[in-house]
Design a protein. Structure first.
Length: 567
RNA sequence: CGGGGUGUGGCGCAGCCUGGUCAGCGCGCAUGGUUUGGGACCAUGAGGUCGGAGGUUCAAAUCCUCUCACCCCGACCA
């Protein structure tokens, strides 16, 4: 491709709405353009990268035994009502009315459509397993799109679904996919961390995410500094700091005027926060829930939601709290009626807590579980934090931001049951098909690659996904000799099967070099009077500082060799 | 949805508080010339009616009301 003919120019000025590196650089390089909040066009260069990523993914899915198919974006809402996931997605679901006033959904994912299809076409255990996938556009009305291509409302995603006869076979499919994903990231030169993840309201046994560690990541990864334990903060468990054993003392009222927060309370009573009892009120699907946790810990809402199996969970408003007859700031687990109570296990294990007195300005000392109160559920509902103990070894947990660039789930039979996707097993019994699903957002992967591979000059594409492999850069093209050599090289490099971006513009060296750096094409070949004096061209990797001179006569062979070896 | 911010030629911005030759600057773009190994220089030129609607006023980019869009923080986000 001749740069003079390429659609899309580089920009010097930084678009003001972009704050992450990938967003900024992709805009400046003329690879993407925003159309609406969380909606982007890909321009030719960006689209080439996306196609390369797509091809890598397709090859790995095919290698793993996946069969590609295509499903519609437009889906009847009834299908979603059948599985109840119209509610689970809530307002995140893009819907529209057709001319007959029937509601249609712009597919945010395709389990429903595919499960229905598989239900129609799979009858016997002999028809299983199946790994089916598509690479297609999804729509999710995110509350807040952000970070350029990182979180968008319309995006291209590879989604594969596995259909198996039992849990063991699901494990096989699951492992196969994890391996395929690892191959994909390897080929894209992206180091990823496989972390345990929450599988959300859908349930299912296991779920893992592939994380790219990056400062701009919006997810939090908790990992052990000694062993390989790693989990999304939503899911992470930790060993909570134990409390020194004491004798349980009798309860005692204390006046605590105006002390409403844990911080104030602990300071006022001159005790550490781990001897206070934090009470947090939530509303779960309309029901007020009383959550208790040791004062030094925080409630992990994802864990709580999972535990309560509710689709909506939010902090109770003041109105909701007082409507339930509770004194905010002085709430007590004692004497609560008709309110579901959940206690973190730290509460059951702790001792002599200070808890609310259930009336203003009063707390109660030496509250002990289960002597003085009971909870409906005792479970781990705490946020794991940096500095906590590893649940698997004696190491310490660290926290780091990451970008989720792949997510795999064991779904189980939730959807196949709802949609009647059954098969007949060896004994002639009808059973629901066991499902898994596996997603990668292509645009997010592209953006993540830029987040990982860039410097202050621009993008540094890994060779495997670069829009072009070679940037052919003649300086002083008006010199006939230069342009002859460059034109010849352009033709020959292409004939040799290389992807060449030919900077045939009449621009100054500075402009050309800066654009080359911004666009991030891996190998730059410069032709100038200086190099031709030595019958050579200059060859330089974008990622390296040093360049080398290569005789013009050998240039094509040498460049091809470099590209093939990737070095 | 709560909080904050921004909308002025393709891009980045100034002007707004203190209405009145304020529609201006830089980049980019076009033409000509001189240059050119890390975003050159000179000259000339095209291009905006100031997000939209309504209002106040003799007069509105500037003040008021409403509205839309976009960005950031949070909530949210299989």
């Amino acid at each position: 491709m001749r740069l003079s003919e390429l659609f899309g120019k580089t920009q010097r000025e930084i678009p003001s709405e972009a704050d992450t590196a990938s967003h900024r650089l992709l805009l400046r390089a003329g690879m993407i353009m925003q159309v609406a909040a969380g909606v982007y066009s890909y321009m030719p260069l960006g689209w080439r990268v996306l196609k390369k990523i797509e091809n890598i993914i397709r090859e790995e899915m095919d290698n793993a035994g996946g069969q590609e198919l295509a499903m519609p974006v437009l889906q009847p809402v009834e299908l979603w009502q059948q599985t109840g996931r119209d509610k689970a997605f809530g307002r995140g679901l893009f819907t529209l009315l057709d001319r007959r006033e029937r509601t249609l959904v712009l597919g945010p994912t395709h389990e429903e459509v595919l499960t229905q299809m598989v239900g129609h076409h799979v009858q016997s255990y002999r028809d299983l397993p199946k790994l089916l996938y598509q690479i297609q556009t999804k729509f999710r009305d995110e509350p807040r799109p952000r970070g350029g291509l990182i979180r968008v409302r319309e995006f291209i995603m590879k989604d594969l679904y596995s259909f198996d006869v039992d849990e063991e076979k699901l494990d096989v499919s699951y492992r196969k996919m994890i391996q395929a994903y690892q191959n994909i990231y390897d080929r894209c030169d992206l180091p990823t961390l496989l972390v345990e993840a929450d599988s959300g309201a859908i349930g299912g046994k296991d779920s893992h995410e592939f994380m790219l560690i990056a400062d701009t990541g919006e997810d939090e990864v908790i990992r052990c500094d000694k062993c390989d334990y790693a989990a999304n903060a939503d899911k992470a468990v930790s060993t909570k700091r134990p409390i020194a054993p004491e004798k349980p003392l009798p309860m005692e009222e204390v006046a605590t005027p105006g002390m409403k927060t844990i911080e104030e309370l602990a300071n006022f009573l001159k005790m550490s926060k781990d001897h206070t009892l934090k009470a947090v009120f939530y509303v779960a699907d309309g029901q007020v829930v009383f959550a208790m946790i040791r004062g030094d810990l925080d409630v992990n809402e994802v864990k709580l939601q999972r535990l309560l199996k509710c689709t909506d969970l939010h902090l109770a408003t003041e109105a909701e709290v007082s409507a339930a007859g509770i004194a905010a700031g002085y709430a007590s687990p004692m004497g609560l009626k008709n309110i579901k109570t959940v206690a973190d296990d730290s509460v059951a294990e702790g001792i002599n807590f200070v808890a609310g007195g259930n009336k203003p300005d009063v707390h109660i000392k030496n509250v002990n579980y289960p002597r003085d109160f009971k909870a409906d559920i005792v479970a781990d509902i705490a946020c794991a934090r940096e500095g906590d103990g590893c649940p698997k070894c004696d190491g310490m947990l660290k926290s780091t931001p990451g970008i989720e660039i792949g997510h795999v789930f064991k779904l189980g039979t939730f959807l196949s049951t709802a949609l009647g996707a059954d098969f007949i097993d060896e004994k002639g019994d009808s059973r629901p098909i066991i499902m898994g699903c596996y997603g990668i957002g292509l645009g997010r992967l592209l953006a993540a690659a830029v987040e990982h591979y860039h410097d202050d000059k621009g993008i540094v594409w890994p060779l495997s996904i670069a829009p072009y492999q070679v940037y052919l850069c003649p300086l002083y093209r008006e010199d006939a000799n230069i342009s002859d050599v460059a034109e010849k090289l352009y033709t020959e490099l292409q004939s040799a099967g290389l992807e060449v971006l030919f900077d045939d513009r009449e621009e100054s060296p500075g402009v050309k070099f800066n654009d080359a750096d911004l666009l991030g094409i891996p190998l730059r070949v410069t032709v100038s009077p200086r190099t031709l004096q030595k019958d050579s061209v200059e060859v330089k990797w974008r990622a390296e500082k040093e360049s080398r001179l290569v005789p013009v006569a050998d240039a094509v062979v040498r460049v091809k060799d470099l590209v093939q070896r990737g070095k």
